[in-house]
Design a protein around this ligand. Structure first.
Ligand SMILES: [Zn+2]
Length: 258
């Protein structure tokens, strides 16, 4: 017997009615055009949906997702998405967003091989093997896993920046900015990992992604940055607190919240 998934259609009807009640012109506006400023390249993980995480409505972010947000320059899917986003939608920002706890990244760290997904993850698994000594020197498995999740973002931003599609956009003077972010499943917050790339010169000035394995980073969420800014602003002498000064309460070294 065919399962019709009526409960999902019912949820759709409720959602459409609710949106129309909140904004009677919502669907008419969307049907006429989409004009997103952002292209989101993220993981297929069901716990992270761009619109929800960014608090944006339909029509405000163009989305491509795959396992572990990998950018293969032979992947017709992502190349077509990039072309449409850049040439037709004229997005201003491309955001590669990885996440901590990514199953695809975890898979790239194990010895087991042979599944199709291992071909997909090959650039990342090769990176991990190449830098096994650097990862081995990290404090523990959680740190190794987190760091590879972050480096994966940095790697994929560089790959986007290397596509002729993006180079052509920059060559004609388009304002196109690339970003690398990472999302915390444990708190729902985004963190800026970088790199930020807005030109061929920016891209060519980046250190190699190999160097990332040797650099400790601690991406901060906006919540944490704002707390640090508030702490600096309240310094008794009115000056900014030194970068090596005391951390705001609850944000010191070893605090699990990033
Ligand atoms: Zn993932």
């Amino acid at each position: 017997m065919t399962e019709t998934l009526d409960h999902l259609f019912d949820r759709n009807v409720n959602w459409a009615h609710r949106k129309a009640a909140e904004d009677p012109t919502f669907f008419r506006r969307l049907a006429e055009q989409q004009a997103p400023d952002y292209l989101w390249i993220g993981c297929s993980d069901s716990r992270i949906t761009a619109n929800d995480v960014l608090g944006l409505d339909p029509g405000e972010v163009f989305v491509h997702r795959n396992i572990a947000n990998i950018v293969h320059t032979s992947d017709m899917n992502i190349l077509a998405v990039l072309e449409f986003a850049i040439e037709v939608l004229r997005v201003r920002h491309i955001i590669v967003t990885g996440h901590y706890g990514c199953g695809g990244v975890r898979r790239a760290m194990v010895e087991e091989r042979g599944a199709l997904v291992d071909h997909w993850l090959q650039p990342l698994s090769m990176y991990y093997r190449k830098h096994r000594a650097a990862f081995g020197a990290m404090a523990g498995d959680v740190q190794r896993f987190d760091r590879l999740c972050e480096i994966n973002v940095e790697m994929q931003v560089r790959r986007v920046a290397a596509t002729p599609l993006v180079e052509n956009a920059w060559a004609r003077g388009a304002a196109l900015h690339l970003h690398g972010w990472i999302y915390g499943l444990h708190d729902g917050l985004l963190r800026d990992v970088g790199p930020h790339v807005s030109s061929v010169a920016d891209r060519d000035a980046l250190p190699t992604v190999d160097s990332c394995a040797h650099e400790a980073t601690e991406p901060a969420s906006a919540v944490r940055r704002h707390a640090a800014e508030a702490f600096s602003a309240s310094a008794p002498d009115g000056t900014d607190a030194p970068c090596c000064g005391p951390s705001p309460p609850g944000f010191g070294p070893g605090t699990p919240q990033r």
